[in-house]
Design a binder for this molecule. Structure first.
Ligand SMILES: [Zn+2]
Length: 296
């Protein structure tokens, strides 16, 4: 299976390296990663980033608070739809969208693929529909992004099989068995990673289970203060988030040769995936890195 690593949106928060660990200016670089997979049965999109409607009408589709905090750059040429067309396909060729969760920076492009079947954990959809109380919950889930979805498929936690020690949902309805969801709750209640068997190794999109590449280091794990603050601000179950990060560290430690793990918002990781490197390159010459990272 061919996997394209896309950037479907960019956040540029004030704080630069305090967020991303490498920017030299005032603004940081936080991409919204998505993957487009070419399968025998059509295209599968993992997450959608910001969509064309977000670009056209950021207000009122997205909350003012998150737009200001993240300094979101809305660009038509970064939307998943634009990437799909640039690869010579049409929106209708995208038959399935698998979502790590329903946050505004992952579900924004759903309307651009109205014929797609949308796969998400049942708990996540319930939370997005029914539990929008509190400052963050009200602002993170934006029904306008997903209330036109016609073909939902939701999955319970109990239907799992084992995948490298994790409970995983296989047999996603209509999807090839090489694509499976791996529940990783914490950031949101129904947050999940997506594992892909490429035929030459596994990929694990860990979504927002972690935000910074060095959070998965076995020893001396580190995070920037900006991303540590942001993750704490919006996590739903901190205990589960930390527990799942630890499980991911263990997975990387034990199976790092077989599985490439990456998250949704690390610029260096995305760059490495786009260039076919399994590991992010070291930020050579970036003094900012050592100045802003802190042990976690
Ligand atoms: Zn996110």
């Amino acid at each position: 299976m061919k996997v394209h690593h896309l950037r479907c949106g960019t956040d540029c928060p004030v704080g630069g390296a305090l967020f991303d660990g490498f920017s030299k200016g005032l603004l940081g670089f936080i991409p919204c990663a998505a993957q487009l997979i070419e399968t025998r049965n059509g295209l599968v999109l993992i997450d959608t980033g910001y969509g064309t409607e977000d670009v056209r009408h950021p207000h009122p589709r997205l909350s003012v608070a998150f737009r200001l905090m993240l300094n979101i750059r809305f660009r038509m040429h970064e939307t998943a739809l634009h990437h799909v067309k640039a690869l010579g396909y049409s929106a209708r060729d995208v038959r399935h969208v698998v979502l790590t969760h329903l946050d505004f920076d992952h579900a924004g492009g759903l309307e651009d693929f109205p014929d797609a079947r949308v796969h998400v954990m049942e708990v996540e959809r319930d939370a997005a529909e029914r539990k929008r109380r509190g400052f963050v919950a009200k602002r993170r889930y934006r029904p306008a992004q997903w209330d036109n979805v016609r073909d939902w498929r939701t999955y319970g936690n109990s239907s799992g099989e084992k995948w490298f020690g994790f409970d995983a949902v296989r047999s996603l309805d209509g999807l090839p068995p090489e694509i499976l969801m791996v529940p990783l709750p914490g950031h949101t209640l129904g947050h999940a990673g997506v594992a892909i068997d490429t035929g030459c190794g596994w990929l694990l999109n860990a979504g927002d289970a972690y935000f910074y590449r060095r959070e998965l280091d076995s020893d001396r794990r580190r995070c920037t203060p900006g991303l540590r603050f942001y993750q704490r601000l919006i996590d739903t179950d901190r205990e589960q988030r930390f527990a799942n990060q630890e499980r991911l560290r263990e997975l990387k430690r034990a199976h790092g040769q077989e599985i490439t793990i990456f998250c949704s918002h690390d610029g260096k990781e995305l760059e490495a995936m786009q260039h076919g490197h399994a590991r992010p390159q070291q930020d050579r010459g970036s003094r900012a890195k050592s100045m802003v990272e802190a042990r976690v």
